[in-house]
Design a protein around this ligand. Structure first.
Ligand code: SF4
Length: 312
């Protein structure tokens, strides 16, 4: 494996292998910090099981913990096993998704539950390749479930981990907009050798990004790796890469889709087009948003201009 290009680390050894002093230092500092500071989240408790971990990973991908918590609790209460969700219509998953946003995740989670029930006897599979073969599960989710639920050794690269590695190791303020091969190489290079430590490192580095090294306010004064952080040691040079993607919502098709889905989630019978037309003033954008929901399988059109959440 080619080692990534790394900045100087004030005389310390670059982390070009898991056993090098800096890599080991980062592991022990971040994991010790995690031991003292990890949030007590329901999907981290032993009774969450692999299904709880999988549900949380789907929900957390683009939504903050505070918004996920109530929906997660209700979801697991209603569907404690994949087979319980698989028995329901996909529209029920969309309804229970509430206002978490990006509701295609609900359909994907439902699809994964059906596949787990049909192919794996209702148990979330343990192998990374089997997880990756489930519908709606990408590299990140497969690695996260294998690592967090089964304690395996995988590079788990979410936005928080990518930001921590960008700053602490690569020495830049922000990672690229989309995950690159170089980032994957670096994450694999830094992975501790033994599986339990690797799984702990994955969770700990993610938590550091969520609580300390955040996108807007890095709290270096309480960061366990401040002394080794390449970006901090370089004087925190400003981001000079491509502009970062914004998260605008107001006035977008996403907002209109959210309003249309909110009406359909509340309804327990098909809804006429005229009722949906009231949610947004601009007819072209409204029609585009509704067409998009139908094309994504989130809304089912019925004869006579009626709509409902999907039954199949
Ligand atoms: S020292 Fe600051 S910038 Fe570096 S990893 Fe810690 S919080 Fe982030």
């Amino acid at each position: 494996m080619t080692a990534p290009t790394l900045p100087p680390h004030s005389g310390t050894t670059a982390p070009d292998a898991p056993g090098t002093p800096l890599a080991e230092t980062l592991h022990s500092l971040v994991i010790n910090w995690f031991d003292d500071n990890a949030r007590d989240l329901p999907w981290r408790r032993p009774d969450a099981g692999a299904w709880g971990v999988m549900v949380s990973e789907f929900m957390l991908q683009q939504t903050p913990v505070s918004r996920v918590l109530p929906v997660y609790e209700q979801w697991l209460k209603r569907w404690p096993r994949p087979a319980d969700l698989a028995k329901e219509a996909p529209g029920e998953a969309v309804r229970a998704w509430g206002r978490l946003g990006y509701p295609r995740r609900a359909l994907r989670l439902h699809g994964a539950a059906v596949a787990i029930t049909e192919r794996h006897g209702g148990d979330v599979p343990t192998e990374h390749a089997q997880l990756l073969a489930l519908p709606g599960i990408g590299e990140y989710t497969a690695a996260a479930v294998a690592s967090f639920a089964y304690g395996q050794r995988h590079a788990v690269l979410d936005t928080n981990v990518r930001r921590v590695l960008a700053r602490a190791v690569t020495g830049v303020q922000y990672p690229p907009n989309a995950t690159t091969a170089a980032e994957r190489r670096l994450a694999r290079t830094l992975l501790p050798e033994d599986a339990p430590t690797a799984a702990r490192w994955a969770a700990a580095s993610m938590e550091l990004g969520a609580l300390v090294c955040t996108a807007k306010n890095e709290a270096c004064h309480r960061c366990p790796i401040a002394e080794h952080c390449a970006w901090r040691l370089a004087g925190k040079p400003e981001h000079d890469g491509p502009p970062r993607r914004g998260q605008t919502y107001a006035g977008t098709d996403r907002q209109v889709r959210g309003k249309l889905l909110a009406v359909l989630r509340k309804a327990h019978a098909p809804v006429p087009q005229a009722v949906l037309d009231r949610v947004w003033h601009e007819p072209v954008q409204r029609a585009r948003a509704l067409d998009g929901l139908v094309a994504d399988g989130l809304v089912e059109p019925l004869p006579g201009g009626m709509y409902r959440l999907p039954l199949t």
